[in-house]
Every structure is written in structure tokens, then in C-alpha cells.
Write a protein that binds this ligand. Structure first.
Ligand code: KIV
Length: 290
């Protein structure tokens, strides 16, 4: 395993590198990003891939599920994140409704992401009808990532945000779905909220890399939501999240100090204001108000 982190902002990571990393046993690092600063930060930290997830509907737009995200919203966010993430591969989530109806829709919307937002790949959720969509997108020359297990776009049908594949029958079905997505041309598959023995089996039988979120340590890589790992909201995170910071508290404290200082007159100070030459000031002061 390589111990040297990649050089941030060097040339774009080739997509084929992910499969090489799997073969070499190097873990793949992915994080979501939704705008220019988060894309920049992900790049500067040396992550391998950025996911412009439709989790943006919740983390950025304040909805209570990912379902309301639209193509126009996702394109805007993906364009900004891709500008920031120069080196990592940028994968955009096809939002709910953008690929469910037909293969044609799926390809048309994948093409929009590549042409209008400059992303490197797209992601879709599920197997079943999504297999034909994945085949069509890959056939159009656009790299496509699969996503099985807990698929938030169909959380209602799955009985809520809960772990999947916890019986032997359901676990076997997940293995079949993963194989079918690989056969359909997916270059990688996200496994969300599945028991680790199931993720371990899928990772072993596939030649494309698996990226886990709540799927244990055996996956070829891990993805976390930017706001989860940085603690950019109040309240509890899902079980699978590790919070590496508590930026909500830091940001709130800073905003509270700013509020106090504006109200008390402590801000702005001399250092934050612009002077003018004395003679110009004298002339200005001598001018009667209009
Ligand atoms: O939308 C998203 O952020 C995702 C990840 C949770 C994998 O799909």
C-alpha cells in the first residue's frame, strides 16, 4: 500500500486508476462536495474522488429527503464542485426522476452533466431497471457508478433509512445486483448500509472497486457526506458516520461574536476601514452636504 498521499491539484486522476488501486490493495477515498469551496477542500486534502451527491437536497437545500433534487439544481452544484476539484474524479448523482422513466432520459441527463457541469462520471441508484440505464450510459461513453443497499431515492419503498441485506436471501440478492451492475458496465459500486460480511463478499467477487458507506472496512474505498464528517449541522449523525470536526459549533460561535461586536460597535475597527488623504478629507468636509 502506498504511504505517500497524492499531490493535491496535480492532473486529473485517471478513472482507470481506481481499478488499479483495488488490485494493489490501496484504499480509495471519496467525499461528497456540493460547491467550489468544498470541491477545493476535498482536492487540497488529497481525496481521490468527489461525489456531488443528491444528499445536497438535504445538506444544502434543507429538504428532508433526496427526492426533491432536480437536474437544474444538481447541475449548478456539480459545475461549482467540479471547478474546485481539479485532481479528484468528480461523480455527479443523477437525481430522482432523471433516469427512472427511460434509457433515453438517463443518457440525455448523463450527457448534460458531462457537457454542462464538466463532471467525469455519473451515479445512479438501484439494480432492476437501473441495469438497462447503466448499460445505456456506459454505451454512450460516460463512466457510470452503481449504488445498492440503502438507496435513499427509494427509501420509502425500502421501509425507511435502514440497513439492507440482513438476511441470507437479501444478502444473496445484493451480491447478484452488484454482479449485474458490473456486467452492465459500472466502473465502481457504492454499497450503502449493508452488513460488513455482505460488503466483503461483494468486494471479493467484483473486479471493479466497491465504495462503502456504512458497509464496513472490507470495501475498496469509503465515502462520507461532507457535512456529516465535518459536523456542519446540529443533532445526531447516523451510526456509520465518524465526525472529524464540529464545524457547526465553531461557525455558530463565530457568528455570535460577530453579532455581538456589530451591536456593541466593537466591529469594524480602524484596521478594517479605509483612510483618505488628509487634504482630500479637508476638501470633502468643507463641501456642504447636497
Ligand atoms: O447522495 C449522496 O451523498 C450519496 C452517498 C451517501 C453515497 O449517494
Amino acid at each position: 500500500m502506498s504511504t505517500r498521499p497524492p499531490t493535491p491539484s496535480a492532473g486529473k486522476l485517471p478513472l482507470t486508476r481506481l481499478a488499479e488501486m483495488k488490485r494493489a490493495g490501496e484504499r480509495i477515498v471519496m467525499v461528497t462536495a456540493y460547491d467550489y469551496p468544498s470541491g477545493r477542500l476535498a482536492d487540497a486534502a488529497g481525496v481521490d474522488a468527489v461525489l456531488v451527491g443528491d444528499s445536497a437536497a438535504m445538506t444544502v437545500l434543507g429538504h428532508d429527503s433526496t427526492v426533491p433534487a432536480t437536474m437544474e439544481e444538481m447541475l449548478l452544484l456539480a459545475r461549482a464542485a467540479a471547478r474546485g476539484a481539479a485532481r479528484p474524479l468528480v461523480v455527479a448523482d443523477l437525481p430522482f426522476g432523471s433516469y427512472q422513466v427511460s434509457d433515453e432520459d438517463a443518457v440525455r441527463n448523463a450527457v448534460r452533466f458531462v457537457k454542462e457541469a464538466a463532471v467525469d462520471a455519473v451515479k445512479l441508484e438501484g439494480a432492476g431497471p437501473a441495469l438497462s440505464r447503466a448499460r445505456a450510459i456506459a454505451g454512450a461513453g460516460i463512466p457510470v457508478m452503481g449504488h445498492i443497499g440503502l438507496t435513499p431515492q427509494s427509501a420509502t419503498a425500502l421501509g425507511g433509512f435502514r440497513a439492507q441485506g440482513r438476511t441470507a436471501t437479501r444478502a444473496r440478492k445484493l451480491v447478484e445486483e452488484a454482479r449485474a451492475l458490473e456486467a452492465a458496465g459500472c466502473f465502481s459500486i457504492v454499497l450503502e448500509c449493508v452488513p460488513s460480511p455482505v460488503a466483503e463478499r461483494i468486494t471479493r467477487v467484483l473486479s471493479v472497486p466497491t465504495i462503502g458507506i456504512g458497509a464496513g472496512a472490507a470495501c475498496d474505498g469509503q465515502v462520507l457526506v461532507f457535512h456529516d464528517l465535518l459536523g456542519i449541522y446540529e443533532g445526531r449523525s447516523p451510526r456509520f458516520v465518524k465526525r472529524y470536526a464540529n464545524l457547526y459549533a465553531v461557525a455558530r460561535q463565530a457568528l455570535e461574536r460577530y453579532t455581538e461586536e456589530v451591536r456593541s460597535g466593537a466591529f469594524p475597527e480602524e484596521a478594517h476601514t479605509y483612510a483618505m488623504p488628509e487634504e482630500e478629507r479637508a476638501l470633502f468636509e468643507a463641501t456642504p452636504p447636497a
